[in-house]
Design a protein around this ligand. Structure first.
Ligand SMILES: [Cu+2]
Length: 472
């Protein structure tokens, strides 16, 4: 029934943010030449520059291509539908970015992509930006897919309190409970505590992809209470004691708003002095991804040489020092078994993931956006990168409560999961079936922000580039 199909599909709208000249854009319609505003008022669903998949397209590469020599063929149409975010089954959204000028883009442009539940009367922007037709704290019916995470220290007071409120809600409100009876918040604690003891998620190359999946799922759980909330992060080169006071006390008991609401277990912290992390610029200058090398031992951590692999330095220096910096001598953050009991854990790991995303978006090293190349030679030589991700993969794993997580039987691999956004090449722009509705547009907007998960990288002169994003 066409009507039913329509009700399940999504509309998409992309907004390309331009730098100096109008050289990078997406087509609203086939007649759109990049002139702003687009004089063509044709319907949004005839744009060729956005399309959606159930499964990622095989064979793509994250590199610009010329129109005359497309390197791959667009597979057959699929029928993506709205998915329950708790099932964690993504759709994949592709956006083509065009550059018809004589010069390359700067690599700092920002792509913004929006979705909305299908409707015949969608209006921009009210039904595309955090659209909740039933009122606040219901389901979203429209939002920006590319909405960046925010620095907790510079988020607005309203964003800070909304974030903390969502944490308390998913740990105390009986509406936010998994089928096995454990609330969302304490389930997340259990996942990290048990996986941290049994598996390969620390001190291996799998550290970054596993924790990316983990914090993404955590963010989804917060959004069940307040769908407009995004994960906030702590910039670990800054002292958190005053700027992040909405996260409770940084010394002694965390107190309000988390204690006693989320107890047991009780959580303490012990922040003192200056944060110990390496500057972002030094972390981001490192290459390649692996192999894993330890820089922390029984006698403390030593600053890795500038040639140290990226992920090793990130995990085994800045990350490993930041945990006890927050936890102090006896707080939850000191140990992998207890760290996720502290809501601050997710702000720290939001920063870990932000730095990885920034490293991947280095315009001078596009293969870092390619899931088959970002790990370099380590992908073929380190089995930690090719095994499935427990506890979400259906593998035996720890014989505990985790087996009741909702999508345990799905199965997926690190290399398929590790990117929120990839760019690739694309040949045909046609072939979209009539039940897939979307819209492309281009409007001025804010400049790229550090920490956002923007699909920004350089688009060569007179070329096209493609970005893939996951939409849950
Ligand atoms: Cu961990």
């Amino acid at each position: 029934m066409p009507r039913r199909i329509l009700s399940l599909t999504l509309f998409f709208l992309a907004v390309a943010v331009l730098s100096t000249a109008q050289t990078v854009y997406m087509q609203d319609t086939p007649a759109d030449t990049g002139v702003e505003p687009n004089p063509d008022t044709g319907p949004m669903w005839v744009s060729q520059d956005i399309w959606v998949r159930n499964s990622p397209d095989p064979g793509y590469q994250p590199y610009p291509f010329t129109e005359s020599s497309p390197p791959w063929t667009l597979p057959a149409h699929q029928n993506p539908v709205y998915r329950d975010p708790l099932k964690s089954t993504p759709n994949y959204v592709y956006v083509e970015v065009r550059n018809h000028s004589q010069s390359a883009s700067t690599g700092t442009e920002r792509l913004r992509l929006y979705w909305a539940k299908a409707s015949t009367g969608l209006s921009w922007p009210t039904q595309w930006v955090d659209y909740e037709p039933g009122g606040p704290r219901t389901l979203l019916y429209g939002a920006e897919i590319t909405k960046p995470r925010k620095n907790g220290a510079t988020a607005s007071a309203a964003e800070q309190s909304a974030y903390a409120n969502a944490i308390v809600a998913i740990g105390t409100n009986p509406a936010y409970v998994f089928p096995m009876g454990m609330d969302f918040w304490h389930t997340q604690q259990t996942v990290h505590g048990e996986m941290g003891s049994y598996s390969n998620i620390h001190e291996t190359l799998a550290f970054l992809p596993w924790h990316r999946e983990y914090v993404n799922r955590y963010e989804l759980l917060l959004q069940q209470y307040d769908p407009t909330v995004k994960l906030l992060y702590w910039d670990w080169t800054t002292n958190p004691t005053s700027s992040l006071s909405f996260m409770g006390s940084l010394t002694g008991s965390v107190g309000t708003p988390f204690e006693p609401a989320l107890s047991p277990p009780a959580v303490t912290r012990g922040v003192s002095g200056s944060p110990p992390a390496e500057p972002d610029s030094s972390v981001l200058a490192r290459s390649p991804y692996g192999p894993f090398t330890s820089f922390c031992g029984n006698f403390g951590c030593f600053l890795p040489p500038s040639t140290a692999p990226f992920m090793s330095a990130l995990e085994d220096y800045s990350h490993n020092l930041s945990h006890p910096y927050i936890g102090g001598t006896s707080g939850a953050m000191r140990s992998p078994a207890t760290a996720a009991q502290d809501p601050f854990f997710f702000m720290l790991h939001g920063n870990v993931d932000r730095l990885w995303a920034q490293w991947q978006r280095n315009p001078s090293d596009l293969p870092r956006l390619d899931p088959m190349q970002t790990y370099g030679a380590s992908l073929g030589s380190d089995t930690n990168l090719s095994v499935t991700m427990s506890p979400w993969d259906g593998s035996p794993g720890p014989p505990h409560r985790l087996q009741y997580l909702p999508d345990r039987a799905l199965g997926d691999h690190y290399f398929r999961r590790h990117l929120r956004c990839r760019k690739t090449s694309h040949r045909s722009l046609g072939g979209l079936a009539a039940d897939l509705r979307y819209r492309a547009a281009h409007h001025p907007g804010p400049a790229a922000r550090p920490g956002s998960r923007n699909p920004d990288s350089v688009v060569s002169a007179e070329s096209r580039q493609l970005c893939q994003l996951r939409l849950r």
